[in-house]
Design a protein around this ligand. Sequence first.
Ligand SMILES: *[C@@H]1O[C@H](CO)[C@@H](O)[C@H](O)[C@H]1NC(C)=O
Length: 160
Amino acid sequence: MLVLLASIFVVHIATVIMLFVSTIANVWVVSDLGTGSVGLWKNCTSGGCGDNLSYAGEDALKAVQAFMILSIIFSVISLVVFVFQLFTMEKGNRFFLSGATMLVCWLCVMVGASIYTHHYANGSINNYEPSHHGYSFILTWICFCFSFIIGILYLVLRKK
Ligand SMILES: *[C@@H]1O[C@H](CO)[C@@H](O)[C@H](O)[C@H]1NC(C)=O
């Protein structure tokens, strides 16, 4: 049981880091021709990243930015609550609060990543043909899976 809790803790920290990296790094869609990559904030070429993202003002992109930031906040809150409950909660109880908070994080990742996938995750809108998904995009979908598993495990596990 202790090993299980410790592994969830490690996976939780990894998820927080991955959410952070994927939100900040502008590598959601990458040009196959090596001309650059775009993310939630900037348009990057070999010369550096600039503010010339053509759809920067669109509501859909702002929604993705907001949901990704919310997902980071909720995953951190869930981690803090888990550590707190580990020391204060009575034995036999479930980590209900950390689990519920982590599932809210999962919902935010799901909404953010879905909007991005629907609107921006292709080469044509980014003027990159051909293109592939960058590591930010992949990390985000990995976080989608991890945050769900972590959330459910918190709800199921009892403190020993
Ligand atoms: C990114 O910059 C390149 C080069 O300036 C431009 O061709 C492309 O349309 C831009 N992409 C977006 C999504 O703004």
